[in-house]
Design a protein around this ligand. Structure first.
Ligand code: AMP
Length: 423
């Protein structure tokens, strides 16, 4: 079994931006691409772009949001893998030399494949044609041509199952081509998406997530499809679900909670700078990277809303802000509210307005901002939660202020760029 460190080393050394099954050539690691190289490799990046560690809220906020579903080929993306190795350096410094590829390859272990993809595919799903698939633009007749025909299931070694989602399984996989990159491959059955009438939601999820680059936002490197399934090539979140950790421990310490909230605030501020509102922040939608760093996943309810106020009721009951309970227009400040709820749940183990008697009671508690702090909570965190959980969205503390709040600053590791915090 590979150790975490060996996988970290592997990730540090590998740059997949210029990789596809037919093109093993790649530039030096962690180097920025000159524009002509970017142009030459644009086609590959539409399907398999590597994360960009410098793409934080501070340096990407002026870039326009990208809304094209089919391709982001025109988006130049300097590529390097964000890992502990690269992240522990200040930006601009020369990266550490990568370890030898041979050593890395020896250390890989994606676990044993259980044959689940084939077994499942025999029993599950239908081919999708015509109007039903139009919204998704994933008509099975075009499965071999678009959107990302460079990749197919044959290009991966399949490893252990990572989990089961509503629309299909998730597996740990490794690219067969060098540099044998590890990913999570998520399958979605097209016919089930159509039956569930979530074509638009799925399409939006892919569209939004594929264009995001932040160390605390789960990367979607690309996708491909066959006649029955869509495959999402996701960043592998080595420590799995945050929810599982929360369930296991009951709650987190103030230090751990503060560090997670620090990463959340930074990631949300990045998302909002790209005009993306997540709208479904909750522990179940958060994963943990190899270093224990938080990764916002599941953009199923997210929306790209430049300048728009939204009126759809979505998200999870306990995390709904008053404006959504009242079905009023809402904006990115719904995520501020959710951050307050999340902070509380991390520390106490339950969301603040939970009322198991009825949904109506929960709604009433949300509307009244009926917030009760246990004695165990520090004055500082009570202050932060109180400033996030304000009935009027305009009164909620800005994310920039969250990042400067004493409860956040107190626990932030020194000399450690945000997003690379370890536990
Ligand atoms: P989902 O369909 O996204 O709910 O995924 C089902 C399960 O697969 C999750 O609950 C996780 O345990 C696991 N999983 C999904 N995505 C990843 C990922 N990128 N890395 C590691 N595990 C994942």
């Amino acid at each position: 079994m590979a150790t975490l460190d060996s996988v970290r080393w592997q990730l540090a050394a590998l740059d997949i931006s210029n990789k596809n099954p037919s093109n093993p050539a790649r530039p030096p690691l962690h180097s920025k691409q000159p524009s002509q190289t970017i142009a030459a490799n644009a086609r590959l990046r539409t399907t398999y772009a590597a994360p960009n560690p410098t793409a934080t809220s501070s340096n990407t906020k002026n870039k326009p949001p990208v809304t094209s579903f089919s391709s982001n080929a025109s988006q130049p993306q300097p590529s390097a893998i964000h890992t502990k190795t690269s992240a522990t350096k200040t930006r601009g410094q020369t990266p550490l030399p990568p370890p030898r590829t041979a050593e890395i390859m020896q250390s890989l272990n994606i676990g044993n494949y259980d044959g689940g993809l084939e077994k499942e595919n025999e029993k599950r799903g239908e081919k999708v044609y015509g109007e039903a698939a139009k919204d998704l633009e994933l008509d099975s007749s075009s499965a071999r041509k678009s959107p990302t025909s460079e990749w197919s299931l044959h290009n991966f070694d399949i490893g252990r199952p990572l989990g089961k989602g509503k629309f299909g399984r998730v597996y740990m996989v490794r690219t067969k081509c060098e540099p044998k990159y590890i990913l999570a491959l998520k399958t979605l059955y097209k016919s089930e998406i159509v039956t569930g009438r979530v074509e638009k939601q799925t399409r939006r999820e892919i569209e939004i997530q594929q264009n995001l680059r932040h160390p605390n936002v789960l990367r979607l490197y690309g996708y491909f499809h066959d006649e029955k399934r869509i495959f999402l090539m996701l960043e592998f979140a080595g420590q799995g679900e945050l929810y599982r950790q929360l369930s296991k421990h009951g709650c987190f310490s103030e230090k751990k909670s503060s560090r997670y909230i620090d990463q959340m605030a930074d990631a949300l501020s990045y998302l909002h700078s790209k005009h993306v509102i997540h709208r479904d922040i909750k522990p179940e939608n958060l994963l943990l990277g190899l270093n224990g760093e938080l990764k916002i996943a599941d953009f199923g309810w997210s929306v790209h809303a430049p300048g728009n106020r939204r009126m759809t009721l979505c998200g999870t009951l306990d995390y709904l802000p008053p404006e959504m309970v009242e079905r009023k227009e809402h904006n990115e400040k719904v995520d501020y509210w959710a951050l307050g709820v999340l902070t509380y749940e991390f520390l106490i183990g339950n969301p603040p307005f939970e009322d198991r008697r009825s949904v109506k009671n929960t709604y009433q508690r949300i509307m009244a901002v009926d917030l009760k702090f246990p004695y165990s909570m520090s004055i500082q965190v009570k202050d932060l939660i109180g400033k996030l959980l304000r009935h009027d969205p305009q009164d909620r503390i800005a994310l920039s202020e969250v990042l400067r709040h004493p409860w956040i600053v107190k626990y932030r590791p020194k000399d450690c760029p945000r997003g690379s915090q370890t536990y």
